[in-house]
Design a protein around this ligand. Structure first.
Ligand code: C5P
Length: 289
């Protein structure tokens, strides 16, 4: 079975508490976009195999595609004998776009079909919780509010038609480290999540763009913080209605209403940043609720 695995963007990200299990309570508005990895899942021969076009990716349970397969086996009792996963990655790793989590979610969907398990999206998302905090959202996809660790999901009105220019600097920051910094810092600004979801409900693209905010932008190491601020200014100067960092970075994106302006911004940023992409929002799976 051949399938796509979609990158996600955080239109907003707020950290609202620390949990006893060391994780954090979050409130995030998530959006799938048309930047994808390709995954081939087959059953052939014996054993379990994983390969990818990126030699440095782990081939054990640190690879969320394989971890998802093992969690699926635990939940359903199905055999993984002969399972072969081949990943062709286009989503930059450590980019804040849930590339690995998306791969895990895609493998859950593939195994559900290949083993004829007929699990619902809600059941697949519950298995995804054991794989990683972003996996339940990636199983659902589209426009959604994610709360708790990321597993409490509410589908939202899809974004009106628009474009995103994504730009991934070469650096990345460790996610656990950045959560550690936020624990010891007073959060000065927070996103207006309620306002953002209201703008989605009324199709107010400009309102959405103006409310995009991520609390992690403020706690980056100074050098990275200024580069993110600069990238945001460049995107706005190029005609973006709003710009923000996704996840714990390092990708920064601008939201555009106009395709010609988005194309111009893409061409401009691509000169300095090879990992620059022009994409659109998408809803990869039908809404299950
Ligand atoms: O679940 P996952 O392995 O993707 O999470 C990566 C790291 O992000 C965790 O080890 C944790 O440090 C942090 N995290 C968190 N709270 C969340 C999600 C992730 O503290 N809700």
């Amino acid at each position: 079975m051949e399938l796509k695995s979609y990158a996600k963007l955080n239109l907003s990200l707020d950290v609202v508490g620390r949990r006893p299990d060391g994780y954090h309570d979050l409130i995030m508005v998530m959006q799938s976009v048309t930047l994808t990895d390709h995954i081939l899942v087959t059953f052939q021969g014996s054993g379990t195999h994983i390969s990818s076009n990126l030699g440095f990716l782990p081939k054990d349970n640190r690879n969320l595609a394989l971890k998802a397969a093992h969690q699926f086996q635990l939940a359903t009792g199905c055999s993984l004998d002969g399972l072969t996963i081949s990943l062709t990655k286009s989503i930059p790793v450590c980019s804040g776009m849930a590339g690995g989590s998306g791969n895990g979610a895609a493998v859950l969907h593939a195994l559900n079909t290949l083993t004829q398990s007929h699990l619902s999206v809600t059941e697949l998302a519950a298995i995804g919780e054991g794989v990683g905090a972003d996996v339940p959202y990636c199983v659902l996809g589209g426009t959604a509010l994610a709360q708790g660790k990321g597993e409490q999901l509410t589908p939202l009105t899809p974004l009106p038609h628009c474009y995103f220019v994504l730009c991934k600097p070469t650096w990345s920051v460790s996610t656990p480290e950045l959560f550690g910094v936020i624990d010891s810092t007073r959060i000065r600004h927070r996103p207006d999540t309620k306002g953002l979801t209201l703008c989605l409900a009324t199709g107010d693209l400009r309102g959405v763009a103006q409310r995009m905010y991520n609390v992690f932008e403020d706690v980056l190491p100074p050098r990275h913080k200024s580069e993110v601020a600069e990238l945001k200014s460049t995107l706005i100067a190029q005609g973006a209605l709003g710009a923000v960092m996704t996840g714990t970075g390092s990708t920064v994106f601008g939201l555009f209403h106009s395709l010609p302006l988005a194309q111009q911004a893409h061409a401009h940023l691509k000169e300095a940043y090879p990992d620059t992409f022009l994409v659109e929002p998408c809803t990869p799976y039908p809404h299950p609720f």
